[in-house]
Design a protein around this ligand. Structure first.
Ligand SMILES: [Zn+2]
Length: 445
């Protein structure tokens, strides 16, 4: 008996995160995510309609984790716990959750996003959805108490999950960056992390996506300044001004709306995923987008674009399509599928990085070529990541001092880089440091 983890997804790859943690005869699953590039490749021809995908097909396509590797633990699962609202952490819940007879626990924003996905996909889950306040603890069985610790990342109410057990704590720390100047929501809950460490953490699984980057990830406040410099430093008067960013990045969207108002432009959000996340943020009581027009559906997007085209200088348009996704609003405009004529001097601001996957690089290249051909001014990389670099990792580890470390959410080179950083902190491969791969099981205690 004791604690054992099974690396189901996200170990040696970026995406489809899923970790099963067994405590005696009970199992908690942290995250059930999709693999975004594989998901997009698989679904890009759907043209937005609701399509039923089978679990098996999605697993075969590499779009969701292959949870058959924990079939022997299936009846033991007592909780499903998505750590935050990003799709590579919560997006597979609609396809996998029904296999487990247990509730789903998550922060208010995460659960609102999940409800919206279920509603949009017309999926009804038998699992009970339990909303948990960030910063609280929930006892789910005699042996396991879950703690949801607030952490900064690039979507609201991201949590680090601690399983408190009779054998010590297990920290699921994915995703995170340490941001002392967040533009929405509080700083990380350092006190809770320190307390968890003092109580004794047997093990921590940690986001290692940026472990090959030296230094510290800049604050979200810095990304806001990057945007401010372009939006106020350049003269866009009378021209179309389009910003595209991650729909789940509510803090960034709030900055964009703030600047739109200062520029005396009306903010408008166009696209399904923008509508999904901003509605969830409002439902969770995080923010009000009262003076933003949010347009979700295709026909209305089409009509509003035609109207805006005649008075471009009065709007700041935020739209989906920052990765060049073929079905997103920006790509469809560039393709001529949605009527919106670009004039010379109109600008598109990419408040994002290209997510490093071949399909994204190709999609963005195609999109940028089309926009350039239409005379659009482009501004790229007005963004900072939500993933911690080496100094963030060091800071987290020194705060909560886990006995054992496991890197996750990255490919082997980044996992190796994580191991180098950990070794400098005294961890030893095979003794206290375990770069496990999908399918591996590891006895912790
Ligand atoms: Zn994330």
């Amino acid at each position: 008996m004791g604690i054992e983890i099974c690396a189901v997804g996200g170990y040696g790859e970026v995406g489809k995160n899923m970790t099963a943690i067994r405590v005696d005869d009970e199992v908690v699953i942290c995250d059930l995510g999709i693999h975004l590039p594989n998901w997009i490749r698989f679904t890009e021809h759907d043209e937005g309609e609701v399509v039923r995908y089978s679990r098996k097909k999605l697993i075969d396509e590499g779009a969701i984790p292959d949870d058959s590797i924990i079939n022997d633990w299936r009846a033991k699962v007592v909780a499903l716990v998505p750590s935050h609202a990003h799709l590579d952490h919560v997006g597979a819940v609609p396809f996998l959750a029904r296999r487990y007879e247990c509730p789903i626990f998550g922060s208010p924003f995460t659960m609102e996003v999940l409800k919206t996905i279920l509603h949009d996909e017309r999926i009804v889950l038998p699992n009970e959805l339990k909303t948990v306040l960030v910063g609280s603890r929930v006892r789910i069985s005699q042996k396991i108490e879950l703690e949801f610790i607030h952490m900064t990342h690039s979507t609201p109410q991201t949590t680090m999950i601690v399983l408190h057990t009779p054998y010590g704590g297990v920290l699921y720390g994915c995703d995170f960056k340490i941001d002392d100047s967040p533009t929405l929501g509080p700083k990380p809950d350092y006190a809770a992390l320190e307390r968890a460490g003092k109580q004794g953490l047997a093990c921590a699984m940690v986001d290692s996506l940026y472990a090959d980057h030296k230094g510290k990830t800049p604050s979200e406040a810095y990304a806001k300044e990057l945007l401010r410099e372009v939006m106020f430093g350049e003269n866009f008067r009378g021209h179309g001004l389009i910003v595209t960013t991650f729909s789940s990045h509510i803090a960034r969207l709030a900055s964009i709306v703030e600047f739109a108002k200062k520029l005396k432009r009306k903010p408008i959000f166009l696209g399904r995923s923008l509508s999904k996340y901003t509605t969830a943020a409002q439902e969770a009581g995080l923010i009000k987008f009262d003076d933003v027009e949010i347009v979700k559906y295709g026909r209305k997007v089409r009509r509003r674009l035609r109207e805006i085209e005649r008075q471009k200088g009065e709007y700041l348009i935020c739209m989906t399509g920052h990765q060049g996704e073929p079905n997103a609003v920006l790509s469809r405009i560039a393709d001529g599928k949605l009527r919106f004529h670009f004039d010379k001097g109109d600008a598109v601001l990419f408040s994002c990085h290209v997510i490093p996957a071949e399909i994204n690089r190709q999609n963005r290249q195609v999109l940028e070529k089309k926009l350039a051909d239409q005379g659009v001014r482009m501004y790229r990389d007005l963004h900072v990541s939500g993933h911690g670099r080496q100094d963030d990792i060091r800071q987290l580890v020194s705060l909560c001092k886990p006995k054992m470390l496991i890197p996750m959410h990255s490919e082997p080179p980044m996992m190796d880089a994580f191991c180098e950083v950990s070794k400098q902190m005294g961890y030893k491969i095979g003794e206290t440091l375990f770069p496990v791969r999908n399918g591996d099981r590891l006895k912790i205690v």
